[in-house]
Design a protein around this ligand. Structure first.
Ligand SMILES: [Fe+2]
Ligand SMILES: [Fe+2]
Length: 271
């Protein structure tokens, strides 16, 4: 059972005047991506075919991700009654599909798969914390706080299973770091950009570069330095490195500087 339900959200407290329309665009995109939880759960069950304990956890995890999509979709409809979540999900699914029937991880090993899952949960947990702090709208804040707590739990879940598989598969720090950095780079692939397009531009053609820029400008703008520092600590931990040492301080400075520069450049270009 998920740790909360849609009935726990204080929908009646919605305050339209406090909602930033730019954040609503991000919420609509996130409501589509979260719905992929079912497909990713099926993929994970294929990769971990003989590990019933992990399969059970992956199915529960997938249900929680789908609930995130439902909560965000209902919120987006409350804020913009013209937003049809089901139709947007159908547009997204028609243009982006997760590989469903794999029997081997695309990361080369089960440990590698779990490192990549930790990175995804690092990203989502940081993102929803940042969104919850960026908005003054009470219902969106309440939803993002609940989702952020789930995402942190998901990170810990995959990290626990990673420790188990590291003992048998022996993936070293360098291998883990390479997978982690590779998965971070993939955040600029089609999944998020196409979701942003499918959620916000239903009639236009998909222009990949334009969608990536439009999404990145708004998404990066919600982060503050402490979110970046915390996210990097989680990445380093998944890679087997000290989370809060000198490497974190240097990486945080670089990432924070790069993100601010990118947001300013995209804003100048009216992305
Ligand atoms: Fe989620
Ligand atoms: Fe998650």
């Amino acid at each position: 059972m998920p740790h909360w339900t849609l009935d726990d959200i204080p929908w009646a407290h919605f305050e339209r005047q406090k909602l930033d329309p730019e954040l609503l665009r991000l919420v609509k995109a996130a409501s589509l991506v979260e719905q992929n939880g079912a497909d990713y759960a099926r993929y994970l069950c294929g990769v971990f075919a003989d590990d019933t304990a992990f399969q059970e956890a992956a199915r529960r995890w997938g249900e929680e991700e789908i609930q995130h999509g439902r909560a965000l979709g209902r919120y987006a409809h409350l804020a913009d009654p013209g937003f049809d979540h089901a139709a947007a999900c159908a547009r997204f699914s028609a243009g982006f599909r997760v590989e469903l029937d794999a029997t081997k991880s695309v990361r080369g090993s089960r440990a590698g798969e779990l490192v990549a899952r930790c990175i995804v949960e690092t990203g989502t947990s940081s993102y929803y914390i940042a969104l919850s702090e960026a908005t003054d709208e009470p219902v969106l804040k309440a939803i993002c706080q609940r989702i952020a707590a789930d995402e942190l739990r998901h990170y810990k879940l995959f990290l626990t299973h990673l420790c188990r598989y590291l003992a048998s598969e022996g993936l070293g720090t360098w291998g883990r770091l390479k997978i982690a950095l590779g998965r971070i780079r993939e955040s600029e692939d089609d999944e998020l950009a196409f979701a942003y397009h499918a959620a916000n531009d239903p009639s236009g053609d998909y222009d990949r570069k334009r969608a990536i820029r439009a999404y990145a400008r708004r998404a990066y703008a919600v982060y503050r330095r402490h979110h970046v520092q915390r996210g990097i600590a989680m990445v380093l931990k998944a890679a087997g490195l000290k989370p809060n040492g000198r490497v974190n301080r240097v990486a945080t400075e670089l990432a924070w500087w790069g993100m601010q520069k990118r947001v300013a450049r995209l804003a100048r270009g009216a992305a």
